[in-house]
Design a protein around this ligand. Structure first.
Ligand code: DX5
Ligand code: ZN
Length: 224
């Protein structure tokens, strides 16, 4: 399991997104783009036009996290625009399998995100349709929230389900991931780490990515 770091631009300066992306280019594996619609979550960020501009402004692949209603209608457009990974929320999808397949058909990796109260066990049968499972470690909507330790058992259970399935499904954590929490996430079996405040709130975002990566890569006791 290779560790991957996905800095969230939610904590970056939205008026200077190209510069902010450049600060981690060549260092981060992904750039995490939080799309919010004031409906699925009580916050509003950006949509497809900004994603299209960002795609031209950086070589870092975009990891689009859609915190929106009607992802079935909108998600394939992000994949077609060139986002390398598109994640929809299980709670919002009406036809998750169809939408996950449409994301893949458009050439992107398909992701399925679960809010804190959504059990991972419900989605075991969907693992063949998913390239990345996202276990939220805060209630979605805002950056800089406190990491929910109570989600760690769910991360471990997600890891066990993925291992049992045996296919390649990445396990992402998002929310409150920092130098003080990332090791516990890695120990529980996560391999893709979103970090907003811990990267863009730091004086040196590139160094913050390196620090997070080395903490996640430290040998951990088994997560089994
Ligand atoms: C929250 C978003 C996160 C957010 C994480 O709803 O999905 O991606 O940017 O920010 P931090 O790392 O600051 O908790
Ligand atoms: Zn996110």
């Amino acid at each position: 399991m290779a560790v991957q770091i996905s800095p969230s631009i939610l904590s970056a300066d939205f008026a200077r997104l190209a510069d902010e992306a450049a600060r981690v280019e060549g260092i981060a594996d992904w750039l995490h783009v939080d799309v919010m619609d004031y409906r699925f979550v009580p916050n509003l960020t950006l949509g497809l036009p900004v994603v299209e501009s960002l795609l031209k402004a950086t070589t870092t692949p975009l990891d689009c996290h859609l915190m929106i209603e009607e992802p079935d209608r909108w998600a394939p457009d992000y994949a077609e625009a060139g986002a390398a990974s598109v994640t929809i929320h299980a709670e919002a999808a009406r036809a998750a399998v169809r939408t996950l397949r449409a994301i893949r058909a458009a050439g992107a990796r398909s992701g399925l995100a679960l809010n804190p109260a959504t059990p991972v066990e419900l989605y075991e049968d969907l693992l063949p349709e998913i390239d990345m499972l996202l276990v939220m470690t805060v209630e979605p909507g805002f950056g800089g929230q406190r990491f929910l330790d109570i989600m760690l058992p769910k991360v471990s259970r997600a890891r066990a389900l993925i291992d049992k399935y045996g296919g390649e499904v990445w396990l992402q954590v998002d929310g409150g991931v920092s130098e003080t929490t990332i090791e516990r996430c890695a120990e529980a079996g996560a391999d893709v780490f979103v970090a907003g405040n811990a990267v863009y709130g730091a004086d040196d975002p590139a160094q913050a990515v390196r620090n997070l990566r080395s903490l996640a890569e430290k040998p951990h006791s088994t997560h089994a």
